[in-house]
Design a binder for this molecule. Structure first.
Ligand SMILES: Nc1ncnc2c1ncn2[C@@H]1O[C@H](COP(=O)(O)OP(=O)(O)OP(=O)(O)O)[C@@H](O)[C@H]1O
Length: 209
């Protein structure tokens, strides 16, 4: 279970954004909706331990995220949270497989080549294992960023605007993959977007006003 309670944040003492309380049961799939500037990215950063809010509590499976020290928090994030950004952030000098191995070592987990193969297989990009990021298409890179996010079987999978730069066909394909991957790992999925095309795929919606 993930919960946020009485969370609010302001940057440089500017307008304070208050987030209504939110409880998410394990394995649920949620859409985080809000207009541009409403605070979606801020809330995702708060949820993923990147940004300590000015007030309030974030709890993930019994761990009070901001009670951890920075070393504990890094490890907790690496093991429990997978993040997919709008554009893939891969290390250009490493192959696709090496990028995934790197995500394992960031989380202080042992190298697991079998897991790398399994994830690339499930996303249909096993043939690109030894290729470098600049040798892949945008759609393939998006799959690699999903692979990197799920490699450590995180309990929480978060995607920030994963479809906004894609055409209709690819947007739906990426959404399908996110749902399929979160299902495979019994992970909770949160997708932040202002992309109305993906709205119908979710039953749970948290909306920022
Ligand atoms: N680092 C920062 N310093 C100061 N203000 C910030 C910072 N980051 C965000 N803000 C402000 O906080 C508010 C919420 O921003 P946030 O990026 O969370 O919105 P968003 O819903 O993700 O928007 P978008 O859909 O356009 O990405 C905005 O008014 C923004 O200008």
């Amino acid at each position: 279970m993930i919960s946020i309670k009485s969370v609010s944040h302001s940057y440089n003492n500017a307008h304070r954004i208050a987030f209504k309380d939110w409880e998410i049961n394990n394995g649920e799939q949620w859409l985080l909706l809000g207009e541009s500037g409403s605070g979606k990215t801020t809330l995702l950063h708060v949820l993923t331990g990147i940004l300590k809010p000015a007030a309030g509590e974030v709890n993930i499976d019994g761990t009070s995220v901001y009670a951890l020290n920075s070393r504990e928090l890094d490890q907790f994030r690496g093991r429990n949270i997978g993040i997919i950004f709008q554009r893939p952030h891969l290390i250009k000098s490493l192959t696709i497989a090496e990028n995934l191995i790197m995500a394992q070592s960031f989380a202080r987990l042992p190298e697991d080549h079998q897991r790398v193969n399994e994830v690339l297989e499930s996303l249909g990009i096993a043939a690109k294992k030894n290729a470098y990021p600049n040798e892949l298409s945008q759609g393939q890179l998006q799959r690699v960023s999903i692979a990197r996010a799920v490699i450590n079987k995180p309990a929480l999978l978060i995607a920030d605007e994963p479809t906004s730069s894609l055409d209709d066909k690819n947007a739906l394909a990426v959404l399908d993959l996110l749902m399929q991957q979160s299902g495979l790992n019994q992970a909770t999925l949160i997708v932040a977007t202002h992309d109305k095309r993906v709205k119908d795929a979710f039953t749970n919606t948290y909306e920022l006003k």
